[in-house]
Design a protein around this ligand. Sequence first.
Ligand code: GDP
Length: 402
Amino acid sequence: MKVNEVTLLGHKDHGKSTLIGNLLITTKSVSEQRINDAKKTSKKLGRKFEPGFILDSFEEERENAMTIDTTRAQILYKGSAFEFIDVPGHEELIKNMISGAANADFAVLMVSAKEDEGIRDQTFRHIFLAGMLGIRRIIVAVNKMDQVKYNQKRFEEIKGIIQKFLVKIGFDSKSMYFVPISAYSAENLAKRSKNMPWYNGQPLLDIMVEESKYEKKAENPDLRVSVQGILRDENLLIGRVLSGKLISGQDIVMLPQNVTYNVSKIFIKGKKAAAGLPTQNIAIELNKKIPVDARGSVICGVENPVKPGNKFKTLIFAVKKPGATATINFNGNSLSCKLHVDEVIDTTTGSKASGALTPLNAAKATIDVSSKIVAEPFKKSEQLGRFVLYDKGEFSGIGVII
Ligand code: GDP
């Protein structure tokens, strides 16, 4: 069964964990044991039952396996499977999005309707990032409706502002849903809430099922294999197929070295295979000796290779104020680059801004990399179109090639 990856966006305390907790309970995707544990923890802390505490048990289990601090919870509903990816903080969210969001099928954005919460700068920034990283479909859940007396006007107000922003940054108005919910009292999650008779759309879970029917973006048909290592003694390359199909016996070109080879053998999980397909990790035996600097290279078909280059137009999202020189981490390579900001974009409005690029804003920028890299637009290849920026060893932002 296809598991739909869902990125959960939203400001802290707007109800993300509560939503996942109650979705797990409502859809019976979690054991009684875990629910009881969460009840006990709530009681111990002298709090009302917090469905969000169910997630804590998921966290512990995965603590060591994760490089980024994320929590994943699987939900099954009406024959569809969803994996929610929740991250605790702003910076983690950004890091996680660059590593994972490009694979997410859609996003759910939580905005609390509560008077002192509502839309925040972070709300816009999360949407901006999601859009930048290729998410094209979004469900906006306006939460805590119980705390604003289920007021339709408040819902419409939030919906109006977010809808306008989404359209401004390039989302299609047909690819967005707005649903008023109470994550805490499970209203409009699986069942329509009697407290919001004015809402005539579907409950959140049904919208998710609807979303799961959409195919992801069209895949790049061209062959791209990212070389991750070499086993020199055996003259084998270890790589991952990013797109297209690698067939045993075909001619390929290794870039940026620009050397052609013939593929003598392909192995998948130690067994000989006729071809390698997207997402598969493969070992490749070539007809000639493998270059020592093959790690970080890209294998393409001879008829449609990437043109390696130094200079790229990009869209970057700054986490820290960037310097004029930086290090980029690109497809397993770490290289120094010069960064030239061409236009600053305020990520809370989506508009051009004056002045220098400041943290949590974005920019159209030209990067000049110290040596040639095998990159292409993010729209065509997610893996070969995105990079992470470091400034003096510190994570400072992310970028996509446009
Ligand atoms: P997160 O930081 O986004 O994961 O937010 P949490 O899920 O931890 O929620 C923050 C607080 O808001 C918790 O105390 C929740 O019980 C509360 N909360 C979440 N959703 C609702 C809701 O729909 N109604 C009410 N009244 N409280 C909610």
